[in-house]
Design a binder for this molecule. Structure first.
Ligand SMILES: *[C@@H]1O[C@H](CO)[C@@H](O)[C@H](O)[C@H]1NC(C)=O
Ligand SMILES: *[C@@H]1O[C@H](CO)[C@@H](O)[C@H](O)[C@H]1NC(C)=O
Length: 426
């Protein structure tokens, strides 16, 4: 599940941080991102590196060209992942053509911003010269990132290009999915900063600096809730006044530098005299952590989301764990393109097999959000609760598969304990 809060953390030049120093058991700190001018340069470098891989991507899927046409404010979703950092929108009619084998002296993509119709003659000349046999259009019926060609633009393309080229139009949904989902290595350093900032915000929110029992409410956007056996709130969260002894949950993420985080943590509000959470709550977190381990160990590039899901559920059964899994890709979007493992986005109605998105293969060089809950009986409260955690994982390599970008929650945030001095780093 995903909420995004647009933040701009752009105050100063990047202070270079050595990640080797990091350990998530140290308090997370707010991270400063580069200035907007420097961010634009960095985003364009990432975009150039990604775009440079498109010819290979087309070849791998046995197609020769990828053609998009869109108008300002009705952009193909792919546009947002190929645009220059300082572009706001696709102006007028913007036509984009990628070729697996670009002609000499030609840019790849060829981009036309057109309001005279001149584009069509020039596009036909390039098609005649390069003679692509299979031209991918984004016309998929089910997948957003492969189905972004508006019907009006589709009709215009057919009319302007004529039957020779129309017959070469194909749907290959993996092109859009893989292009948007694939990360470049240099994004990781910044993604880690976004993760740490997300953690720092949660740690501050789930502390006595913010929460005053019997006064502070959970009403908030993004969603905060008091955890009870009944509550599994949708987008709205719950509307409670927080009390001592409450268990809190948040589902929260940020958007910056063209990337998104999506994190769920839990907290315990200490009662007077308590210094730690009841053991039953710690046991619940441990079960959710074990589910995370199981899912990460089942994830392999090329395996379908449903296969990972079913493998994980089978292993949970062996270990006597109960709960639900609803993981999704994350990156350019909070819910990025590609294989889901379970049914995320607040729609946990397909717990063991998700058609279409669950049948897609996991892709290497991508990020996934590991989102789940474990049921656990809490003897101190005589009730079974959902322990809901979410952390974001990156692809390390073939051998290690995916690991958490920043870390994972293993201990509840304790409201009423953290020395305020820990909350004021910046
Ligand atoms: C990005 O800017 C370059 C240089 O101005 C231009 O050639 C290219 O077409 C632009 N890319 C897109 C997708 O508009
Ligand atoms: C625990 O809860 C169950 C109902 O869920 C109830 O039947 C039982 O009496 C409770 N036990 C205690 C010790 O309160």
């Amino acid at each position: 599940m995903f909420f995004c809060l647009q933040i701009v953390l752009a105050f100063a030049l990047l202070s270079v941080v050595s990640w080797a120093q990091f350990h998530p058991s140290e308090p997370a700190k707010y991270q400063r991102l580069p200035s907007l001018r420097d961010q634009a340069r960095i985003l364009d470098e990432w975009k150039d590196e990604r775009v440079a891989r498109i010819p290979q991507l087309l070849e791998r899927y046995g197609v020769d060209a990828w053609l998009m046409s869109q108008r300002e404010h009705a952009e193909d979703p792919i546009w947002w992942s190929i645009k220059n950092a300082t572009d706001f929108a696709a102006h007028r009619r913007t036509v984009v053509l990628f070729l697996a084998n670009p002609l000499p002296q030609q840019t790849n993509p060829v981009v036309w911003v057109d309001n005279t119709g001149k584009v069509w003659g020039e596009l036909l000349d390039i098609l005649e010269a390069s003679d692509p046999q299979k031209i991918v259009l984004n016309v998929d019926h089910n997948i957003a990132f492969s189905g972004g060609l508006h019907v009006g633009e589709f009709e215009v393309l057919q009319a302007e290009l004529g039957s020779k080229w129309k017959e070469r139009f194909v749907n290959q949904p993996m092109i859009g999915i893989e292009y948007v989902a694939t990360r470049v290595r240099s994004q990781l350093e910044y993604y880690r900063m976004l993760q740490e900032t997300t953690w720092a915000m949660i740690a501050e929110a789930f502390s006595e600096a913010v929460i005053k029992p019997e006064i502070t409410t959970t009403e908030n956007h993004p969603r905060v809730s008091v955890v009870t056996p009944e509550s599994f709130p949708g987008w709205q969260g719950t509307q409670d006044v927080i009390q001592e002894g409450d268990i809190l949950h948040v589902d929260y993420g940020i958007t910056a530098m063209g990337m998104n985080t999506d994190v769920q943590h839990m907290a315990y509000v200490l009662r007077a005299g308590e210094t730690d959470a009841p053991q039953g709550l710690k046991d619940g977190i441990r079960k959710a952590n074990r589910m995370q381990d199981i899912i990460l160990s089942e994830m392999r590039a090329g395996r379908s989301g449903n296969a990972v899901l079913q493998g994980s559920l089978a292993q949970m059964k062996v270990e006597g764990l109960e709960g639900q899994i609803y993981c999704h890709p994350i990156g350019d979007y909070g819910h990025a393109p590609g294989a889901v493992m379970g049914s995320p986005a607040g729609f946990t109605n397909l717990p063991v097999n998700v058609p279409v998105l669950g049948d897609l293969p996991l892709l290497p060089e991508t990020y996934y959000s590991i989102e789940l809950y474990a049921y656990s009986f809490v003897p101190e409260r005589n009730e079974t609760l959902r322990f809901r955690l979410e952390e974001n994982a990156y692809w390390v390599d073939e051998e290690r598969g995916w690991e958490f970008v920043y870390g994972r929650q293993e201990m509840l945030h304790l409201v009423g304990k953290t020395p305020p001095s820990l909350l004021l780093q910046n």
